[in-house]
Design a protein around this ligand. Structure first.
Ligand SMILES: C[S@@+](CC[C@H](N)C(=O)[O-])C[C@H]1O[C@@H](n2cnc3c(N)ncnc32)[C@H](O)[C@@H]1O
Length: 356
């Protein structure tokens, strides 16, 4: 499998990785969740530090490039400073307290931030980074959630085509021969790709930040050129467990806006999230996501919804002739102001949010 190949060269500490390729990775199924959670945690912390240090890496989607940039950035900034050896940090604790201890108004802690950034980057590189995360995700598909999410998508597509006679407004044409974009694609042999569904899924363009197969293009959806005409849009876009991967709440908003921009009128968007993003967040609920953001903000209509123990699946249809209501989104979904967090403070909550 392509995932098992690695081009990594050196770690941040200069350790040669050429003989420590990812093909030595052997992930025990019980560790997949740990690896996935840790990776999410680290890239969220890193994104916050980038903001504090005003590092803007919007022009690159490449993990290797990001790591190399950070390495040389750290070399320049850490070398300049004196007394770094005197700073003793309990890194795990600093990461847990990051948002509390470090903020935009306090420039006096930049050296600590640089050291924490070094700690994060070293761990990401030494642990095999995105490749190892993807491998854990593939294994997690099997062990944690009973198969890949496109199983649910195809079940729904079949149902919609059965129902179309009863509900002609669904426009049958859009549910067969669909030109499809799969964002965050880990494998080309998922259920969506099965030959028996060719009638429905005509052609799949697969993209991911890190491609592990020649048929998956290495591409950041957030940086993809916007469609210049309808032929560059899709009848179906699958975005399964990708939005929650994006570490910045405004970039998550940008991703949803792009789903609208890349979706044909009456086209479908399959959106999948960990259930905790909408059931256990201080700032997001399923109602806000479906009715306010996807509904009033982006003019998508919810066709299907399913909640399993850990995952929530949505299928939306792009309402023909509608636009993005940016003003509404900016007004109601800015800076995590959209829910009364005090009402939920008794629970162990997370901070998942989407902003515009
Ligand atoms: C948890 S995996 C999900 C994979 C698969 N879709 C699934 O449902 O199991 C998330 C994937 O999304 C990819 N990803 C995250 N942000 C992305 C972006 N901006 N553009 C393209 N792919 C992205 C990551 O590289 C990762 O492989």
């Amino acid at each position: 499998m392509g995932l098992l190949r690695s081009n990594k060269r050196t770690t941040i500490t200069g350790k040669n990785l050429n003989n420590k390729t990812v093909n030595t990775i052997n992930i025990k199924p019980k560790n997949t969740k740990k690896i996935i959670n840790r990776y999410h945690f680290l890239i969220k912390c890193r994104a916050y530090i980038f903001k504090l240090l005003q590092i803007d890496l919007i022009k690159t989607d490449d993990e290797l490039e990001i790591n190399e940039f950070v390495q040389s950035y750290l070399q320049k900034r850490l070398n300049k400073s004196k007394g770094n050896n005197d700073i003793k940090l309990d890194y795990e604790n600093e990461l847990l307290q990051l948002r509390k201890k470090y903020n935009f108004n306090d420039k006096s802690k930049d050296q600590e931030l640089l050291l924490i950034l070094k700690f994060i980057t070293t761990e990401i590189i030494d642990n095999g980074g995105l490749q190892r995360y993807q491998l854990a995700s593939i294994m997690g598909q099997q062990s944690n959630r009973g198969g890949d999410s496109s199983k649910k998508l195809m079940e729904w597509i079949l149902e919609l085509n059965d129902n179309v006679v009863a509900a002609p407004e669904l426009k049958q044409n859009h549910f067969i021969g669909m030109n499809t974009l799969e964002i965050g694609c880990l494998r080309i042999d998922n259920i969506l790709s099965k030959n028996k569904y060719r009638k429905f899924i005509n052609n799949i363009e697969r993209i991911d930040l890190n491609s592990n197969h020649p048929e998956i293009a290495k591409q950041d959806f957030l940086l993809r050129d916007l469609p210049s005409n309808e032929t560059e849009k899709f009848n179906l876009i699958s975005c399964s467990l990708v939005v929650n991967f994006v570490p910045d709440e405004y970039k998550r908003g940008e991703m949803l806006i792009r789903l609208k921009q890349f979706c044909l009128p009456n086209g479908l968007v399959f959106l999948v999230l960990p259930l905790s993003c909408v059931e256990n967040s201080r700032f997001m609920t399923s109602e806000l996501l479906v009715n306010e953001i996807m509904g009033k903000g982006l003019n998508f209509k919810l066709l299907k919804e399913h909640k399993s123990n850990k995952i929530v699946y949505y299928l939306f249809q792009n309402v023909e002739g509608t636009e993005i209501n940016k003003k509404y989104l900016k007004q109601h979904f800015n800076k995590r102001n959209h829910i009364d967090s005090s009402s939920k403070k008794n629970f162990k909550m997370n901070n998942f949010s989407i902003s515009f």
